[in-house]
Write a protein of this length. Sequence first.
Length: 323
Amino acid sequence: MQVLLARPRGFCAGVTRAIAIVERAIEVFGAPIYVRHEIVHNRTVVQKLRDQGAVFVDEVSEVPDGATLIFSAHGVSKAVQREAQGRSLRIFDATCPLVTKVHREVVRMREAGKTIIMIGHAGHPEVEGTMGQVEDGMILVESPQAAEALADVLNSADLAYVSQTTLSVDDARNVIDVLKERFPAIAEPKKSDVCYATQNRQDAVKKLAREVDLILVIGSVSSSNSNRLREVGEREGAKAYLIDSAEHLESSWFEGVERVGITAGASAPEFLVQGVLDSLKQSFGDIEIQELDGADESVAFPMPKGLWESDLAAARGKSLAEH
Ligand code: SF4
């Protein structure tokens, strides 16, 4: 059997930073560290951090006074920020800077008097956080049909749109095409809101789908960008399954399959890909593994103030002095 690996796959810069923030906070301030919502949408990552001392909560009200609270990579609404700031909590924001960019766009567009159409999935925490940057004036649109159904009374010149960062690039484009056709003067973000990592992983899975019969996407069912990778792979003609890890592989998927493609969502760690490769080796003996060419990624985001090496050293010095 031949196995082709998509490139790039797995962790993006926003996920790497968010996980590092939780780990560093545990190191500097000690467990428990509270995290509002899953820091990133991956079950293995969340469990690993839980084992290290992270406590995941749905609401700020569940966090005890004096504790350290981290906002997840998906971002939070202004109301959640205000609630947390009104409590005696030490707060770190792990919102991906590319999500923060969309938050700023929303505020700027509202200040310019625009009604904003957000293209995204209802109920996703990123959508709730982005729509919660302003008090009113935002409409969620999930599909081209919903864009068609928008009221004619909306004035094109008073409209703008933004997108969730992890959408299917093609789906987002379909909605935007309808919006531009119906509202030609609609204002656009300066640069696409669908992030570089989403775009690169979808491009890579399209390339993979042309080469293989079956695609395994490593990622959790709650992960928006992982689900999109599975859909994109399937639309390009390959059978595609989304799995958390090697334990979820089913032997029936491989009947008659000669070439398998593997990719991983932006929140899925590389060791899960290696686990799937090990499992395939055990089941099928010698497998030939090849990584396809793809985009190089060098994006990295800095840690927030208070969690740098110097802070860590200061905190260690303090705790040593206290003993
Ligand atoms: S998928 Fe994109 S927006 Fe989301 S955390 Fe990664 S880089 Fe940031």
